[in-house]
Design a protein around this ligand. Structure first.
Ligand code: P6P
Length: 338
């Protein structure tokens, strides 16, 4: 089918042939995410109008104020995934432990586990700044029965079969990969369909935008400070432009289109970094590499990191390959001196 005006549903079916071993479950799983994205988008779009803004007065496993929309999004995605009976387990930023799909017919035979940040950047909700959903999909590693943490959820990022994000911005987009490139779909809210608007998305090899919370500057490792000095030097096409939304999906998406680097390094405030390896860094790293970019913790490839806990944090440098490589050079200089 010619790509012109192809819907996400048609695209998923068209590309079914790429999903090795799948007899349609992965397609149905992606379609359940598509449905949930529309429901969350509707609520995000009117968050200012109903009493859904603000916190529920509780904190999540991360010790962060749980915004009502966080909980809403978490429940919408969980319900959509559970009802389709394709998934045997779910890990969410909003849940302390992973969830197994109990009691559904054959749920113990379902092939996939999903790890999700239902609403990333949720602190931006009250100030009407774009937020996003990030998801990561693996085939279960254990043959059947209830999924287990180590083998099924603590898999390396290079085992992902699909990953993507939804950005609830000036328009709502779903961007995802199944290991065959990255494609972006824009929601037409009038009819509730996602249309292929950004086929085969690629990170420009180089860029001139850097995204980092400069407020943490004094706490950064010297290698990061050196790289920031490089970005801001008057030389060649520098100083680069500084853009930081406070929502990873937004900064990542802009950099994917225009070129750039997103960094959340370690700091004395965040000795392990802030972003979560399983449902933020790994899916964004999969998308990055599929779009020709690079994603590391400053030293090694994000998707080669062996996870040890569900909510572990990880430093991340991701985006245009040449920018990430320059940042890694700055970081590794001090590694050699240690
Ligand atoms: P800080 C949102 O909470 C998030 O996980 C990312 O989306 C965002 O880039 C980062 O944290 C913002 O963190 O510490 O700069 O406010």
């Amino acid at each position: 089918m010619e790509n012109k005006h192809i819907t996400l549903g048609e695209f998923i079916i068209e590309n079914q042939k790429h999903f090795k071993y799948s007899s349609g479950e992965l397609s149905r799983l992606l379609n359940s995410i598509r449905l949930a994205a529309k429901v969350v988008n509707h609520e995000v779009g009117k968050a200012g109008l109903v009493d859904i803004i603000g916190t529920v007065g509780e904190t999540n496993i991360q010790g962060e104020d749980q915004q009502k929309l966080d909980l809403f999004a978490n429940n919408v995605f969980k319900t959509a995934l559970i009802n389709r009976e394709i998934v045997c387990g779910i890990t969410s930023e909003e849940e302390e432990d992973f969830i197994t799909i109990q009691g559904k017919t054959n749920s113990h035979r379902n092939k996939y586990v999903v790890l999700i940040d239902p609403l990333d950047g949720s602190s931006n909700i009250d100030v009407n700044v774009s937020v996003g959903t990030i998801f990561s999909i693996y085939r279960r590693s254990t043959p059947m029965g209830m999924p287990v943490k180590k083998e099924d959820f603590l898999q390396k990022g290079n085992e992902q079969v699909a990953a993507g994000y939804i950005i609830y911005g000036t328009s709502t987009m779903l961007v995802y990969t199944t290991g065959h490139g990255v494609n972006g779909f824009t929601l037409n809210p009038a009819i509730g369909s996602f249309y292929l608007s950004h086929a085969n998305m690629r990170f420009p090899e180089n860029g001139n935008t850097f995204s980092i919370n400069n407020g943490n500057y004094t706490h950064f490792p010297q290698g990061v400070k050196d790289y920031l000095k490089f970005c801001q030097a008057e030389e060649g096409n520098r100083p680069y432009t500084y853009r930081y939304v406070g929502s990873m999906v937004s900064d990542f998406h802009r950099n994917l289109i225009n070129g750039g680097i997103y960094m959340y390094p370690t700091s004395s405030k965040n000795p392990e970094g802030k972003l979560r390896l399983l449902y933020e860094c790994n899916p964004m790293a999969f998308l990055t590499e599929q779009a020709g970019g690079k994603a590391s913790d400053g030293y090694i490839r994000i998707m080669d990191i062996k996870p040890s806990t569900l909510h572990q944090r990880c430093p991340i440098f991701c985006g245009s390959r040449l920018m990430v490589e320059k940042a890694e050079t700055c970081m590794k200089k001090y590694l050699l001196e240690e």
